[in-house]
Design a protein around this ligand. Structure first.
Ligand code: 4AD
Ligand code: MG
Length: 494
């Protein structure tokens, strides 16, 4: 009896040990079991046993074997997997795989005999993570329009073109950080909630926790903001500039890089309600300095883009049929053209071109005017400077003529304005006067004005729209296609 008991105890310890072992197994890394397709194509994975996971881009084959093209998002390339009919789940699963299915392949990495690819995998085991029902899966093998894909934005990262576009977006963001880091700037985080409207245009999204069905009112019938979350009307920022200035007026050279929000009802191919802006701000700099910085930043991004993003750009070019590389190379060859607003208006009035919108000194340049200047007249990125004060924001430095301000826009072919810059008004009295003219209340900007009272210095900065830069660099025609989840009027899905 005791022998039997002993045996039971022994068996149970073995079982416990096995269970404990399995417990440890269940905590093993999953990612470490895979090689990435990027690493395979970079020659970083030795031939022989390999495991990869990805989504099926295409499949062809017969009863005897199938060729599966897999992509895992790590770069623009796919890897071909050969699955033989001897595999146990060949008929039950592998033959049923369709585009979009997710699989894990264990097999042998071999040098490919086929053309166009260096490596392929001979599958030993195919595990299906998830089928994608071809009758309802929104992506098909045939070319889908960009309009259709925008409605399926949750699957755009699985398409070759958009995966390439979003990898480019990530790379270009890194180039921007590198540029500033290499040039001695500090990265400043400015707030997204704000109580001020930097551009003064009133195109702000208001943020509130007040119950909209039963808004609390003051005895005078006004909205009682003392009950709102921040105790004051508050908004999503349209620009990090004003707070960026505060940072520069202590740290010298800073830049912000974050989302900004505009409630403009402009349903155009170059406007988003949420876009990413890069805003450097520099103490002891003037307009000339900031324009040069804008040009240097743009050229730095272009140079690295041309050196490092060709595989992804090839995919975008293949889809669009437009290759931006020749014009990007031209951009690097000579300085941007610089022209005053007054001269620009004269050129446009005398050029003989028929424009839809009116022209005249004091009127804003429309997209068609901006594009004519840089695409047809100068055939170069173009800086337009010294705009009429009435067209620009309150913070721009007033020129001696009393009519124009020291602000400049950088315009590029195909897009128009990508950078808005200015020297800032650092003279207290002039700034106050400008604010009054624009109908802004001093008390709303007391902290901003204070910097002009205590240790004020000339300073300057600009805002570059990341999406507009990406449109120009990739040749994408619509801003909705360079951002993963575009926010535009009547569209806030996800
Ligand atoms: O010219 P903007 O309005 O300038 C500012 O916001 C300044 N506070 C910047 C500064 O000096 N720090 O905007 C700057 C850039 C534009 O040139 C454009 O590239 C982009 O931001 N932009 C937009 N991009 C997409 N959608 C919109 N609705 C945009 N509005 C401006
Ligand atoms: Mg602007």
């Amino acid at each position: 009896m005791s022998k039997l008991l002993n045996r039971i105890v022994l068996v149970s310890t073995i079982v416990t040990r096995v269970v404990a072992q399995n417990g440890a197994d269940s905590m093993k890394s999953l990612k470490d079991t895979f090689s990435t397709i990027a690493d395979i194509h970079a020659g970083k994975v030795s031939l022989g046993r390999v495991t990869v996971a990805g989504w099926l881009r295409t499949k062809r084959g017969s009863k005897k074997f199938s060729f599966l093209e897999l992509n895992d998002g790590t770069n623009s390339k796919t890897i071909q997997v050969v699955a033989d009919a001897v595999l146990p789940n060949y008929e039950s699963e592998i033959q049923k795989l369709t585009i979009g299915a997710a699989v894990c392949i264990e097999g042998e990495l071999v040098e490919s005999k086929g053309q166009g690819q260096k490596y392929e995998i001979v599958a030993k085991n195919v595990e299906v993570y998830g089928f994608a029902d071809p009758d309802t899966y929104p992506l098909q093998k045939k070319e889908m329009t960009y309009e259709y894909l925008r409605e399926q934005a949750h699957f755009r990262p699985r398409t070759a073109t958009f995966a390439a576009m979003f990898r480019i977006r990530s790379r270009v963001s890194k180039f921007i950080h590198d540029f500033f880091e290499e040039n001695g700037f500090y990265y400043a985080h400015t707030p997204i909630f704000t109580a001020s409207d930097c551009e003064g245009g009133g195109n702000v999204f208001q943020v509130t926790t007040l119950p909209l069905e039963k808004i609390p009112r003051t005895p005078e019938g006004k909205v009682n903001y003392s009950e709102d979350f921040f105790g004051t009307p508050s908004f999503l920022t349209v620009s990090g500039q004003l707070e960026g200035e505060l940072m520069a007026l202590g740290l010298g050279k800073i830049y912000t890089f974050g989302p900004t929000f505009r409630a403009e009802n402009s349903n155009t191919s170059r406007h988003l309600a949420e876009f990413w802006q890069i805003e450097p701000e520099m103490a002891f700099w003037n307009l000339t300095d900031t324009i040069q910085l804008g040009q240097d930043l743009v050229c730095y991004c272009v140079r690295r883009f041309l050196e490092e993003c060709n595989d992804d750009l090839d995919l975008v070019v293949a889809r669009n049929g437009v290759d931006p590389r020749p014009w990007l190379r031209m951009t690097l060859e000579k300085p941007f053209v610089r022209v005053s607003y007054t001269e620009a208006v004269k050129i446009l009035q005398e050029c003989g071109e028929k424009f839809e919108f009116p022209l005249g000194w004091g009127l804003d340049l429309q997209s068609e005017h901006e594009r004519y200047l840089c695409e047809k007249h100068f055939q170069s990125p173009t800086v337009v400077y010294d705009y009429p004060a009435d067209l620009k924001s309150f913070y721009m430095y007033m020129n001696e003529d009393g009519k124009t301000v020291h602000g400049a826009d950088i315009l590029v072919p195909g897009v128009g304005e990508i950078v808005g810059s200015s020297q800032r008004e650092h003279r207290y009295d002039v700034l106050i006067e400008r604010m009054h003219k624009k109908g802004l209340r001093e008390e709303d900007y007391s902290w901003y004005l204070a910097t002009r009272k205590f240790g004020t210095v000339p300073h300057a900065g600009f805002g570059l729209g990341l999406e507009r830069l990406l449109m120009w660099m990739t040749g994408m025609g619509n801003i909705r296609d360079v951002v993963p989840f575009p926010r535009t009027p009547k569209n806030c899905l996800y």
